[in-house]
Design a protein around this ligand. Structure first.
Ligand SMILES: Cc1cc2nc3c(=O)[nH]c(=O)nc-3n(C[C@H](O)[C@H](O)[C@H](O)COP(=O)(O)OP(=O)(O)OC[C@H]3O[C@@H](n4cnc5c(N)ncnc54)[C@H](O)[C@@H]3O)c2cc1C
Length: 128
């Protein structure tokens, strides 16, 4: 956001362009949704509830969204985002790992789907 406020193109800060505002808004919504997924899993752990479904959901969604968000951050920084003068390109590479270690995306999806198909978990508000 600091970069968007400071970077002026064609006479205006890019923060005033709707395309950039949408990137900021979408990222904020995704970060907030992630916070709730993580808090749900943590709340279940605190109460001794089986939280494996919530943990898999938080891990899967967190890895995917972190990658989408850092992609937007790099895009907002333009060519500078791609260079090694800023840390953004490193974040872009490092966050890719979130989709591989501690259970890949595919394995989290497998866990989530199996829990639903076997009736160990429900889609709240719709099933069960
Ligand atoms: C930087 C880094 C740090 C790591 N740190 C640790 C660590 O501290 N401790 C640790 O134990 N491990 C660690 N790992 C290992 C990591 O957990 C594995 O890389 C990961 O589990 C994937 O296993 P793999 O690399 O053997 O890929 P593979 O098992 O060969 O998987 C390749 C692809 O096939 C998919 N796939 C595999 N099996 C299935 C299946 N049954 N159904 C559907 N899709 C499938 C995978 O999701 C993936 O997309 C680390 C890896 C990296 C890169």
């Amino acid at each position: 956001m600091e970069h968007a406020r400071n970077r002026v193109t064609f006479g205006k800060p890019i923060a005033e362009r709707q395309a950039i505002q949408w990137m900021i808004a979408d990222s904020a919504v995704e970060i907030e949704s992630l916070r709730w997924l993580v808090l749900t899993a943590a709340w279940q752990v605190d109460r001794g509830i089986d939280s494996r479904q919530a943990q898999s959901m938080a891990k899967l969604h967190g890895g995917l969204k972190a990658n989408e968000i850092v992609d937007r951050v790099l895009q907002m920084h333009g060519g500078m985002g791609y260079t090694r003068e800023l840390p953004v390109e490193r974040w872009y590479r490092e966050l890719r790992l979130l989709r591989i270690y501690e259970g890949t995306d595919e394995i989290q999806r497998r866990t989530i789907a199996r829990n639903l198909l076997k009736g160990h978990a429900t889609v709240r508000g719709h099933l069960g």
